[in-house]
Design a protein around this ligand. Structure first.
Ligand code: PFF
Length: 456
């Protein structure tokens, strides 16, 4: 009924334990690490925020990541078929998979555009076009890029073309092979930037900004921000980790692997903060949040430092690399669904996915230019897609997955799967994970969701 991949032995998958680790890490590491994490941490009280973020990651993020990958590996299927197989008599749970399908397309619509700007900036950095120590002029250069419909669309298509041709190659020959090469490069480039930033005079103020705790800034809203970030960072709530879990090896130690991914992702975020803020402060710039940090402040900061062109180019290359792994995981959700449920070949499923994203991505790409005033609920298409996915669909999907595991799938089954049929000695841990997934996670995500919808 669901195509030739009904036979699990024929199904593509990750070939080695290291492959599983880098591919999953590749999904977690993305644009979220480079500006979202450092700027949110700096603005929301440094080490205090970090502590709340860690708590959210440990109590909600990590257990949910274990739950998602477990479901995927148990069913060995895409995000929709997984629920058909695990709960054959309760058809409603499939909705989780359909929501994930939609979320992936919506996130890709704007994420691919931001990645497009990053690609464009690699060339702008290399050519020296963005060499200016005045953030205002840097802002004008950025504005000229994003408001130009042709360049916005073309850079988005470049991103879709490159990532689309990787995803076509499949799970082991595409995703695994590419992330295996890219992730080590990302780490090395990041360490180079950290070394540069930390050896600047006045670097210490940046570290103080990032790491000195200011607990007075920890308000309920900040706690909720930290929870939301934990969620987005680890690619949770939309079947991404579920789909990747379906490619995990049978002997993969899921609790150990997901914990490693969480720690490695955290280290990339921290290193990004260490690479960015000491430099920002050393040259007397204001720490800003969001795109303005990456596309306006960063070029000005690098221009002011010796060897700026080289380090600025490295910065944008590493950000582009980070976006690739995340995008591949976003694409894999619909590609797996189309190829397995609708019997499409991998090439056709990938092409369809890319074309649909190009179609709904166009309004997002034009949101900073010709469509800037085209608003629905007070948001342009770019912001609307971001809001709908991050603030509505992901938390909702997360709650539903927790409820499914906590109340339908149940402890005995979870115990069997997370202990690899009893070969791993981790019963205490599994019980703790189950408790978190059954009660703590759905309740706290519900609070995040209601806050995101401004219910309170
Ligand atoms: N984790 C990615 C980041 O931090 O940039 C974003 C992301 C990727 C979210 C994949 C959701 C997803 F399915």
């Amino acid at each position: 009924k669901y195509g030739s991949t009904m036979n699990p032995s024929k199904r593509d998958g990750f070939t080695s334990k290291f492959g599983v680790l880098v591919a999953t890490l590749g999904s977690a590491v993305g644009l979220g690490n480079i500006w979202k994490f450092p700027s949110l941490t700096g603005v929301n009280g440094g080490a205090g925020f970090l502590l709340v973020y860690l708590l959210a990651t440990l109590m909600v993020g990590l257990p949910l990541m274990m739950a998602e990958t477990t479901l995927g590996r148990a069913a060995r299927a895409n995000a929709i078929t997984t629920f058909d197989r695990l709960a054959p008599r309760q058809h409603g749970w499939k909705l989780i998979g359909w929501m994930g399908f939609l979320s992936a397309l919506l996130i890709m619509a704007f994420y691919s555009e931001v990645a497009g700007w990053v690609y464009a900036y690699i060339f702008k950095a290399m050519s020296g076009e963005v060499l200016t120590s005045d953030p205002k002029i840097a802002g004008e250069i950025f504005g000229a890029l994003v408001s130009n419909p042709t360049s916005s669309l073309i850079w988005q298509w470049v991103v879709l073309g490159i990532t689309g041709s990787i995803i076509m190659l499949g799970v082991s020959k595409g995703i695994e092979a590419v992330t295996r090469k890219l992730m080590p490069v990302l780490y090395i480039l990041l360490l180079v930037l950290c070394a540069r930033s930390l050896t600047l005079e006045g670097a210490a103020r940046g570290l103080t900004f990032l790491f000195s705790p200011d607990f007075s800034k920890i308000t309920p809203a900040v706690v909720l921000t930290a929870f939301g970030l934990a969620f987005f960072k680890l690619s949770l709530g939309m079947g991404t980790m579920l789909t990747y879990g379906s490619y995990f090896r049978e002997d993969q130690n899921i609790p150990a692997t997901t914990t490693r991914v969480m720690l490695a992702d955290l280290s990339v975020s921290l290193l990004a903060g260490i690479a960015i803020f000491p430099a920002v402060f050393a040259f007397g710039f204001e720490p800003a949040a969001g795109p303005s940090l990456v596309f306006m402040t960063i070029p000005a900061v690098f221009t002011a430092m010796p060897g700026g062109i080289v380090f600025m180019t490295i910065f944008f290359i590493l950000t582009a690399i980070a976006s690739v792994g995340a995008i591949l995981s976003l694409l894999e959700v619909p590609v797996a669904i189309l190829s397995e449920r609708f019997g499409m070949g991998r090439k056709k499923a990938s092409t369809c996915t890319i074309l649909v994203i190009a179609l709904i991505g166009a309004p997002a790409a034009l949101s900073q230019g010709v469509l800037a005033e085209t608003k629905l609920f007070g948001m342009n298409p770019f912001d609307l897609f971001d809001f709908l996915s991050s603030n509505v669909l992901l938390p909702l999907g997360g709650i539903l997955i927790c409820l499914f595991v906590g109340w339908v799938y149940g402890l005995p089954e979870l115990e069997k799967r997370l202990s690899n049929e009893g070969t791993l000695d981790n019963r205490g841990l599994i019980r703790a994970v189950f408790f978190l997934v059954r009660y703590v996670a759905p309740l706290s995500i519900a609070i995040v969701l209601l806050h995101g919808l401004k219910v309170f």
